[in-house]
Design a binder for this molecule. Structure first.
Ligand SMILES: C=CC1=C(C)c2cc3[nH]c(cc4nc(cc5[nH]c(cc1n2)c(C)c5CCC(=O)O)C(CCC(=O)O)=C4C)c(C)c3C=C
Ligand SMILES: [Fe+2]
Ligand SMILES: [Fe+2]
Length: 342
C-alpha cells in the first residue's frame, strides 16, 4: 500500500500534546467612567490606523490637540449612565460569555477573554494562555461583520505579540459570521422572544449597525455589505404582518461622510412621518455596551419621542442569552475541530 492509497482513519484521535486555548475578544472599554481613564482608552483606540485612516502626521495633532481634550469628559458622562457595580457592561458581558464557554467546552480547552483596546490586553492574555501550556490558540473576535477596524485589527494585535516570540503558539482565527445560519437563527429566535414580550406591537423594527466612514466602503471594506446581508437574512426570518424593517448606521464620529442612513436621522424621520410604535435592535454588537445602552436606549428613545413617537423599545443584544451562548459554542466548536474531541 502506498501513501496515496492508504486510507486515513476518519476518527483519528485528537492531538495530545499541548493544551488548546480560546481567546474571546471584543473592542474595549475604559477602566472607569471618569475623564482620565476614558482619555487613555480613546487615545489608544483612535490612534489605531485601522480605525482612523488618516496619516498620523495630520491626525495626531487633531486627536491630541482637540479630541482628547474635549471628548473624554462628555464620553465619561455617557459611560456613567450605563456603568454597573461590576464595571463597564461590555467588559462584564464579555467576561460572562467567556466563563460560559469555559463551562460548555469543558476541560479540553482554556477559555480567556481580552479587549483590543484597554484591559485585559490581547498580548497579556495570549501570554497567560501560553504560560498555561496552550500551544494552539483560537482567537475569536466577536464581530459578526468583518471590517479592517474590527476583526483585522484584533488579528494584527495578536500577530504583533507572536512576532516577538521565538517559540510561537499556533493560531486560528474565527472568521466573520454575518451570514452564518447559526447566527441568523440565534438572532431571529432571541429577537422574536423579545418582541413577543413587549407591551406594544411595533410598526417598525430598526436594525441599527455601528457606522464606518463611507470611504472604507469605497476602498473595498466588506463591512457595509456584511451588515446589509445580515439585515436581509434576519428580515426574512422575522417577517410578520404589519412589521416594517429599516437598516441604519449609528455612532457617527468626526466630519467625514459616514455610512447612511444614520440611526438618529431615521428615528426622527419615522416619528415625524407618523410612526408611533418602534423597536430597535443592534445585531452587529455581540454584547450590550455604551453604543446600545446609552446611544440607542437612552438617546434614541428621546429622539423618537421628542419627534412625536409614543412607544419605543431598545432590544438587548445576544449577550449571555441561551440562543447567544449556543450560537457561540457552535461557532467555536467548528473552528476547534481537529484540536479537541467533538
Ligand atoms: C461593532 C463594530 C464597531 C465598528 C465598526 C466601530 C468603528 C468605529 N468606532 C469609532 C469611534 C468610537 N466607537 C466607540 C465605541 C464603541 N464602538 C464599538 C464598536 C465598533 N466601532 C463599540 C462596541 C463601542 C462601545 C465601547 C464601550 O465601552 O462600551 C467610541 C467610544 C465612545 C465615545 O466616545 O463615543 C468611539 C469614539 C470609529 C472612529 C470607528 C471607525 C471605523
Ligand atoms: Fe465604535
Ligand atoms: Fe456612540
Amino acid at each position: 500500500m502506498t501513501w496515496q492509497t492508504q486510507k486515513l482513519p476518519l476518527d483519528h484521535p485528537p492531538v495530545k500534546s499541548g493544551r488548546v486555548g480560546v481567546l474571546i475578544v471584543n473592542l474595549g472599554t475604559p477602566d472607569a467612567p471618569e475623564a482620565g481613564p476614558v482619555k487613555r482608552y480613546l487615545a489608544e483606540f483612535l490612534s489605531d490606523r485601522r480605525v482612523v485612516e488618516i496619516p498620523p502626521i495630520a491626525w495626531q495633532p487633531i486627536l491630541r490637540g482637540i479630541i482628547l481634550n474635549t471628548r473624554p469628559k462628555k464620553s465619561a458622562h455617557a459611560y456613567r449612565q450605563v456603568w454597573t457595580e461590576e464595571g463597564s457592561p461590555l467588559a462584564v458581558i464579555t467576561r460572562r460569555q467567556a466563563d460560559a464557554m469555559q463551562l460548555r467546552l469543558g476541560e479540553q480547552v482554556t477559555v480567556d477573554w481580552a479587549m483590543r483596546y484597554g484591559t485585559p490586553s490581547i498580548p497579556d492574555r495570549l501570554q497567560t494562555l501560553m504560560d498555561a501550556g496552550c500551544e494552539r490558540i483560537l482567537l475569536a473576535p466577536l464581530y459578526p461583520q468583518y471590517s479592517g477596524a474590527t476583526t483585522a485589527t484584533v488579528v494584527d494585535k495578536a500577530a504583533d505579540k507572536l512576532k516577538a516570540m521565538r517559540w510561537q503558539a499556533s493560531l486560528r482565527t474565527l472568521p466573520p459570521y454575518h451570514d452564518d445560519p447559526t447566527y441568523i437563527d440565534a438572532l431571529a429566535s432571541d429577537l422574536s422572544r423579545q418582541l413577543g414580550a413587549l407591551e406594544f406591537e411595533p410598526e417598525v423594527l430598526l436594525l441599527s449597525f455601528h457606522g464606518m466612514p463611507q470611504r472604507t466602503l469605497d476602498l473595498g471594506d466588506p463591512y457595509h455589505c456584511h451588515c446589509q446581508k445580515t439585515s436581509r437574512l434576519l428580515q426574512e426570518k422575522l417577517a410578520r404582518p404589519g412589521l416594517r424593517f429599516r437598516t441604519t448606521f449609528q455612532s457617527r464620529f468626526g466630519r467625514a461622510k459616514w455610512l447612511e442612513p444614520a440611526t438618529d436621522v431615521v428615528l426622527e424621520e419615522e416619528a415625524k412621518a407618523g410612526t408611533k410604535r418602534l423597536a430597535i435592535a443592534a445585531p452587529g454588537f455581540s454584547a450590550d455596551c455604551l453604543e446600545t445602552l446609552e446611544e440607542l436606549a437612552i438617546q434614541g428613545r428621546e429622539q423618537f419621542t421628542e419627534a412625536g413617537g409614543d412607544h419605543f423599545a431598545a432590544l438587548s443584544c445576544l449577550n449571555t442569552s441561551d440562543a447567544g451562548l449556543t450560537m457561540l459554542e457552535t461557532l467555536l466548536r467548528r473552528e476547534l475541530s481537529g484540536w479537541i474531541n467533538a
